[in-house]
Design a protein around this ligand. Structure first.
Ligand code: TYM
Length: 356
């Protein structure tokens, strides 16, 4: 089930050259390379959809290293984590033959269009972005970088450069997609139709995967305790342990009820998504059995999932030359699309074309 957003993506690309629009709708999404390992929320909320959409969409996916420097970073770590993120995306099932996989900083048009979009965004509008408020509160607002403040506007540029129709993400990105829609519409109405107005592609069931220790908050790399966070590259034994010690409730009935039983419901969501069994089937399977049985089985499901994922990731990392050249090819494909959109946007705002 796709997003609850009822508005169809509006394709405002100029049709001037008479070329047919792409047969498949386009998707674009990105993931930060900040944490090293992806966590289960990244995978179930986003990356899993990216893999599926390769077959039905013209798909562009990137590792957003420009976004990663909005908070202080260690250069060597960033470089390693960028390759690690790409390796994990391939291990998860992205296929460079069926999608365009690239690193954001390899395509300079992202920063270039972001500037134009910065100039179109109101200061108050940017101030209302909740992720900035959350992240800057953590480090103290005065110490937060201007880059962190304009982070969502770079994300807007990411999406608009590719004329994406849909953006597959988790619920926490919805506000950024709303901003993208607003700015695309603003630009189009001020300067003439230029950008496709995208819509979020958010799967309701997995839009928000919760922390295993505190099912009232989303699973995130900045979780208060590492026990609630499933990192896909953790030792499988550690993963099994975390699943088995997940917080549930004092009741014993295994039933999906996000309000009254958030912990159990989260486990059922994860279990159902990883195995393909419906939540109703799982409720039936575990009728009369305790939480222990559910957790033991889910721990096994998780281990069966992460074990080959870790191996595949390592295989891609073991051959950095192939990985880098694959990313170079992706960047080349991405640039051919991005450059065309940027040229059109530059022209619309009134820049004199550079003579080559
Ligand atoms: P990032 O790197 O924080 O997360 C990557 C993706 O994982 C999703 N996600 C979750 N989904 C469900 N439950 C969770 N607990 C959970 N935690 C994370 C996120 O929603 C996201 O889809 N700003 C973006 C990166 C970005 C981007 C873009 C995305 C940059 N440019 C353009 C789309 C289009 C981010 O920080 O994602």
């Amino acid at each position: 089930m796709a997003s609850s957003d009822p508005t169809p993506a509006a394709d405002h690309r100029p049709q001037g050259d008479g070329s047919a629009p792409p047969a498949r709708p386009r998707v674009l999404s990105g993931i930060q390379p900040t944490a090293g390992s992806f966590h289960l929320g990244n995978y179930l909320g986003a990356v899993r959809q990216w893999v599926a959409l390769q077959d039905t969409h013209d798909a562009f996916y990137m590792v957003v290293d420009l976004h990663a420097i909005t908070v202080p970073q260690d250069p060597a770590e960033l470089r390693a984590n960028t390759r690690l993120a790409a390796a994990q995306l391939l291990a998860a099932g992205l296929d460079p033959e069926r999608c365009t996989l690239f690193v954001q900083s390899h395509v300079p048009e992202h920063a270039q269009l972001a500037w134009v979009m910065n100039c179109l965004t109101g200061f108050g509008e940017a101030s209302r972005m909740t992720q900035f408020k959350d992240k800057s509160a953590k480090q103290g607002a005065d110490r937060a970088s201007v880059g962190l403040f304009t982070y969502p506007i770079l994300q807007v540029a990411d999406i608009l450069l590719y004329q994406a129709h849909e953006v597959p993400v988790g619920e926490d990105q919805r506000q950024h997609i709303e901003l993208t829609r607003d700015l695309a519409e603003r630009f189009n109405s001020r300067f003439g139709r230029t950008f496709t107005v995208p819509r979020p592609h958010i799967l309701k069931e997995v839009a928000k995967i919760y922390d295993l220790q505190d099912p009232s908050i989303k699973m995130s790399k900045s979780a208060s305790t590492p026990k609630g966070l499933i990192n896909l590259l953790d030792e499988p034994r550690t993963t099994a342990k975390k699943v088995k010690s997940a917080v549930t409730d004092t009741d014993t009935v295994i039933r999906y009820d996000a309000e009254a039983k958030p912990g159990v419901s989260n486990l059922l969501t994860v279990y159902s998504t990883l195995t393909g069994a419906s939540v109703a089937e799982l409720e039936q399977k575990y009728e009369g059995k305790g939480y222990g049985a559910l957790k033991t089985d889910l721990a096994e499901v998780m281990v069966d999932f992460v074990t080959p994922f870790r191996t595949r990731t390592q295989q891609y990392l073991d051959d950095p030359e192939t990985l880098d050249s694959l990313l170079a090819k992706g960047a080349e494909k991405a640039r051919s699309v991005a450059a065309e959109t940027l040229a059109s946007a530059y022209d619309k705002v009134g820049f004199v074309p550079a003579k080559h």
